[in-house]
Design a protein around this ligand. Structure first.
Ligand code: GDP
Ligand code: MG
Length: 177
Protein backbone atom coordinates (compact mmCIF):
# COMPACT_ATOMS: atom_id res chain seq x y z
CA UNK A 1 0.00 0.00 0.00
CA UNK A 2 1.62 3.22 -1.16
CA UNK A 3 5.21 4.18 -2.04
CA UNK A 4 6.75 0.90 -0.92
CA UNK A 5 5.00 -1.11 -3.64
CA UNK A 6 2.74 -3.93 -2.63
CA UNK A 7 4.59 -5.39 0.30
CA UNK A 8 2.35 -7.46 2.54
CA UNK A 9 3.37 -7.52 6.21
CA UNK A 10 0.81 -10.08 7.38
CA UNK A 11 -1.64 -12.59 5.95
CA UNK A 12 -4.47 -13.51 8.32
CA UNK A 13 -6.79 -16.38 7.50
CA UNK A 14 -10.34 -15.82 8.73
CA UNK A 15 -13.14 -18.38 8.33
CA UNK A 16 -16.87 -17.82 7.99
CA UNK A 17 -19.08 -20.42 9.65
CA UNK A 18 -22.74 -20.81 10.54
CA UNK A 19 -25.88 -22.38 9.10
CA UNK A 20 -26.75 -22.23 5.43
CA UNK A 21 -28.51 -19.05 4.21
CA UNK A 22 -27.56 -16.84 7.17
CA UNK A 23 -25.66 -14.56 4.77
CA UNK A 24 -22.04 -15.65 5.02
CA UNK A 25 -21.34 -15.31 1.30
CA UNK A 26 -23.01 -11.91 1.12
CA UNK A 27 -21.09 -10.66 4.15
CA UNK A 28 -17.92 -11.71 2.33
CA UNK A 29 -19.07 -10.11 -0.95
CA UNK A 30 -19.78 -6.89 0.93
CA UNK A 31 -16.41 -6.87 2.66
CA UNK A 32 -14.24 -8.01 -0.27
CA UNK A 33 -15.94 -6.25 -3.19
CA UNK A 34 -18.61 -4.00 -1.66
CA UNK A 35 -21.25 -6.01 -3.50
CA UNK A 36 -24.53 -7.63 -2.47
CA UNK A 37 -26.87 -10.00 -4.26
CA UNK A 38 -30.38 -10.94 -3.16
CA UNK A 39 -30.38 -14.19 -5.14
CA UNK A 40 -26.93 -15.47 -4.22
CA UNK A 41 -26.29 -19.06 -5.21
CA UNK A 42 -25.05 -21.56 -2.68
CA UNK A 43 -21.28 -21.47 -2.89
CA UNK A 44 -19.69 -24.29 -4.89
CA UNK A 45 -16.18 -25.45 -4.10
CA UNK A 46 -13.82 -24.21 -1.44
CA UNK A 47 -13.34 -20.52 -1.90
CA UNK A 48 -11.67 -17.57 -0.31
CA UNK A 49 -11.40 -13.91 -1.12
CA UNK A 50 -8.87 -11.39 -0.01
CA UNK A 51 -8.75 -7.75 0.89
CA UNK A 52 -5.73 -5.84 2.03
CA UNK A 53 -6.06 -3.24 4.78
CA UNK A 54 -3.66 -1.06 6.66
CA UNK A 55 -3.55 -1.57 10.43
CA UNK A 56 -1.15 0.59 12.43
CA UNK A 57 0.89 1.37 9.28
CA UNK A 58 1.25 -2.31 8.38
CA UNK A 59 -0.22 -3.94 5.32
CA UNK A 60 -2.50 -6.80 6.35
CA UNK A 61 -3.96 -9.18 3.80
CA UNK A 62 -7.17 -10.75 5.07
CA UNK A 63 -7.80 -14.10 3.44
CA UNK A 64 -11.47 -14.85 4.14
CA UNK A 65 -12.70 -18.40 3.61
CA UNK A 66 -16.32 -19.15 2.80
CA UNK A 67 -17.89 -22.57 3.29
CA UNK A 68 -18.76 -24.40 0.09
CA UNK A 69 -22.27 -25.43 0.99
CA UNK A 70 -20.82 -27.77 3.63
CA UNK A 71 -22.86 -26.27 6.43
CA UNK A 72 -24.29 -29.62 7.52
CA UNK A 73 -23.05 -30.59 10.93
CA UNK A 74 -19.45 -31.84 10.82
CA UNK A 75 -19.22 -31.56 7.02
CA UNK A 76 -16.76 -28.68 7.19
CA UNK A 77 -13.35 -30.33 7.05
CA UNK A 78 -10.37 -29.63 9.25
CA UNK A 79 -8.54 -28.20 6.21
CA UNK A 80 -11.03 -25.36 6.28
CA UNK A 81 -10.05 -24.42 9.83
CA UNK A 82 -6.33 -25.07 9.45
CA UNK A 83 -4.25 -21.97 10.05
CA UNK A 84 -7.27 -19.78 10.78
CA UNK A 85 -6.53 -16.98 13.21
CA UNK A 86 -10.02 -15.47 13.12
CA UNK A 87 -13.61 -16.61 12.69
CA UNK A 88 -16.97 -14.98 12.07
CA UNK A 89 -19.68 -17.15 13.56
CA UNK A 90 -22.81 -16.05 11.72
CA UNK A 91 -26.52 -16.51 12.45
CA UNK A 92 -29.62 -14.87 10.98
CA UNK A 93 -31.51 -12.67 13.48
CA UNK A 94 -34.80 -13.74 11.83
CA UNK A 95 -34.07 -17.50 12.14
CA UNK A 96 -34.06 -18.71 15.73
CA UNK A 97 -32.69 -22.09 14.69
CA UNK A 98 -29.57 -20.54 13.21
CA UNK A 99 -28.84 -18.99 16.63
CA UNK A 100 -29.68 -22.21 18.50
CA UNK A 101 -27.02 -23.96 16.38
CA UNK A 102 -24.29 -21.52 17.36
CA UNK A 103 -23.04 -23.57 20.36
CA UNK A 104 -22.50 -26.48 17.99
CA UNK A 105 -20.50 -24.33 15.56
CA UNK A 106 -18.49 -22.92 18.42
CA UNK A 107 -17.69 -26.40 19.69
CA UNK A 108 -16.62 -27.48 16.22
CA UNK A 109 -14.51 -24.36 15.82
CA UNK A 110 -12.83 -24.83 19.17
CA UNK A 111 -12.06 -28.48 18.48
CA UNK A 112 -10.47 -27.77 15.07
CA UNK A 113 -8.95 -24.33 15.22
CA UNK A 114 -6.02 -22.76 17.01
CA UNK A 115 -6.68 -22.13 20.70
CA UNK A 116 -5.95 -18.41 20.27
CA UNK A 117 -8.37 -17.91 17.39
CA UNK A 118 -10.28 -14.60 17.57
CA UNK A 119 -14.02 -15.21 17.33
CA UNK A 120 -16.79 -12.75 16.47
CA UNK A 121 -20.44 -13.77 16.82
CA UNK A 122 -22.39 -12.02 14.04
CA UNK A 123 -26.18 -11.60 13.95
CA UNK A 124 -26.90 -10.80 10.30
CA UNK A 125 -29.93 -9.28 8.48
CA UNK A 126 -30.72 -6.41 10.86
CA UNK A 127 -32.56 -4.77 7.95
CA UNK A 128 -35.31 -7.33 8.65
CA UNK A 129 -36.00 -5.94 12.13
CA UNK A 130 -39.75 -6.64 11.85
CA UNK A 131 -38.97 -10.37 11.53
CA UNK A 132 -36.47 -10.50 14.36
CA UNK A 133 -36.49 -13.81 16.28
CA UNK A 134 -33.31 -13.39 18.35
CA UNK A 135 -32.95 -10.45 20.72
CA UNK A 136 -29.73 -8.47 20.88
CA UNK A 137 -29.64 -9.12 24.64
CA UNK A 138 -29.76 -12.91 24.26
CA UNK A 139 -26.91 -12.85 21.79
CA UNK A 140 -24.87 -10.39 23.83
CA UNK A 141 -25.29 -12.53 26.92
CA UNK A 142 -24.23 -15.66 25.04
CA UNK A 143 -21.18 -13.89 23.61
CA UNK A 144 -20.11 -12.69 27.06
CA UNK A 145 -20.52 -16.15 28.53
CA UNK A 146 -18.44 -17.67 25.74
CA UNK A 147 -15.91 -14.86 25.73
CA UNK A 148 -16.32 -13.96 22.06
CA UNK A 149 -16.94 -10.60 20.38
CA UNK A 150 -20.42 -9.75 19.13
CA UNK A 151 -21.94 -7.48 16.50
CA UNK A 152 -25.16 -7.33 14.49
CA UNK A 153 -24.82 -6.67 10.76
CA UNK A 154 -26.73 -6.20 7.56
CA UNK A 155 -24.87 -7.28 4.44
CA UNK A 156 -27.72 -5.76 2.46
CA UNK A 157 -27.43 -2.30 4.01
CA UNK A 158 -23.66 -2.59 4.61
CA UNK A 159 -24.18 -2.08 8.34
CA UNK A 160 -21.29 -3.14 10.60
CA UNK A 161 -19.75 -5.54 8.06
CA UNK A 162 -16.61 -3.43 7.88
CA UNK A 163 -16.57 -3.15 11.70
CA UNK A 164 -16.92 -6.90 12.18
CA UNK A 165 -13.83 -7.66 10.07
CA UNK A 166 -11.90 -4.62 11.32
CA UNK A 167 -12.41 -5.62 14.95
CA UNK A 168 -11.35 -9.22 14.35
CA UNK A 169 -8.31 -8.27 12.25
CA UNK A 170 -7.19 -5.58 14.69
CA UNK A 171 -7.50 -8.01 17.60
CA UNK A 172 -5.43 -10.59 15.70
CA UNK A 173 -2.91 -7.89 14.84
CA UNK A 174 -2.59 -6.95 18.50
CA UNK A 175 -2.08 -10.58 19.49
CA UNK A 176 0.78 -11.13 17.02
CA UNK A 177 2.44 -7.81 17.83
P1 GDP B 1 -24.90 -18.35 3.12
O1 GDP B 1 -25.54 -19.66 2.75
O2 GDP B 1 -24.73 -18.24 4.61
O3 GDP B 1 -23.66 -18.05 2.36
O4 GDP B 1 -25.98 -17.20 2.77
P2 GDP B 1 -26.00 -16.22 1.50
O5 GDP B 1 -24.95 -15.17 1.61
O6 GDP B 1 -26.01 -17.02 0.26
O7 GDP B 1 -27.41 -15.51 1.72
C1 GDP B 1 -28.61 -16.26 1.80
C2 GDP B 1 -29.78 -15.36 1.42
O8 GDP B 1 -29.91 -14.31 2.38
C3 GDP B 1 -29.59 -14.68 0.05
O9 GDP B 1 -30.84 -14.57 -0.57
C4 GDP B 1 -29.06 -13.31 0.43
O10 GDP B 1 -29.35 -12.33 -0.54
C5 GDP B 1 -29.80 -13.05 1.73
N1 GDP B 1 -29.08 -12.14 2.63
C6 GDP B 1 -27.77 -12.19 2.98
N2 GDP B 1 -27.47 -11.18 3.82
C7 GDP B 1 -28.60 -10.47 3.99
C8 GDP B 1 -28.94 -9.28 4.74
O11 GDP B 1 -28.12 -8.67 5.43
N3 GDP B 1 -30.24 -8.87 4.67
C9 GDP B 1 -31.18 -9.52 3.93
N4 GDP B 1 -32.43 -9.00 3.92
N5 GDP B 1 -30.90 -10.60 3.20
C10 GDP B 1 -29.63 -11.08 3.23
MG1 MG C 1 -22.63 -19.31 1.00
Amino acid sequence: AGGGGDKIDYVFKVVLIGDSAVGKSQILARFARNEFSLDSKATIGVEFQTRTLVIQHKSVKAQIWDTAGQERYRAVTSAYYRGAVGALLVYDITKRQSFDHIPRWLEELRSHADRNIVIMLVGNKTDLEDQRAVTTEDAKEFAQKENVFFLETSALEATNVENAFQNVLTEIFNIVN
